[in-house]
Design a protein around this ligand. Sequence first.
Ligand code: TRP
Length: 362
Amino acid sequence: MQKTIDPYSSELVEDYTKIIKDFGLSRFNSKLFPKPNRLMRRGIVFAGRDLNIISKCIKEKKPYYVLTGIMPTSEKIHLGTKMVIENVKYFQDHGAKTFVLVADLEAAAARGVSLEEGRKRALNFHIPAYIALGLDPKKTTFYFQSENKLVMNFAYYASQKITLNEFKSVYGKADPGRIMSATTQVGDILYPQFKEKMPGIIPVGVDQDPHIRLTRDVVNRSKRMGFFSPSSIYHKFMPALDGKLKMSKSRPESYIELPEDKKSLNKKIKRALSGGRDTLEQHRKLGAKIEQDMAFELLKVHLIEDDKELKKIHDKYKSGKMTSGEIKQIACEKAEKLMDDFNKKLIKARKLVPKLKFIRFQ
Ligand code: TRP
């Protein structure tokens, strides 16, 4: 049976080459971008759509935007979301106008979070968390979906440009809440262009690609309006600590979130799937099975910035000089530091909330 990858199911992703082919994506080439970030350098960002035009905007200092949306559900940040924010930050640091919207309508439709509750959570946690993870509050424009009449008007327009069958083939399923959320998201993705037509990039996990495809279809059918089709950039899923390919809410011990207390952090990392051999003797002789080591994966994707430092650890572990216990120890120390840093910045960022640039609508 064909697997669907959409925002609502959590299928395993084993083969990124196949996704690139099936979705018609382009393989990511880090040479297109100056000073690629950690995720780009290490192949975690693996694909995109229409990246040449964004590369050109950066090199020629032309206007473009980067945009992402927050679902204000639980007051936790997923490591996948952290990757999105890091990519948003990359483009923000490279000249993009930055937009972050709170998907409060979607959270109400999809998760039953009232608009009032969603607003509170976004102001108290999600927005400060995005700032704590590196977004520059002075250079970021925020809005709530529920207040943005222009986005809603566009969602109505977009609904006339797609058929139910198309929707089903892009999303797998169609129910009224999904349709409303998806056409609203089309409005979000194009919103910065309502005023000024310019290229834009949307960093997402592959599960969000249907929204990008839908938006591109709507743009193609609205040539008169002169929108640039949105570009996108995709990161791989963060595997779970038990080595399964996707984290799941039903196995909370299998993934780390921000914030998390030190005790549970240490416990999870210590129990993570390791690439160490059965005996120390074998380990020294054969070296680690590094591809399956989840503590090393954490170091690679999130915890070590410096490529040389990472390579040293990689080489020592792979050759058996370092043990899996030592790798886990390093991961625990670095993860604790990440948490401390996040918590401190979160407190500071909360104080900035009253001063943020929110688009206000009458
Ligand atoms: N659907 C996204 C989520 O589930 C939230 C979202 C709404 C979004 N509008 C967006 C993401 C526009 C990217 C761009 O998290």
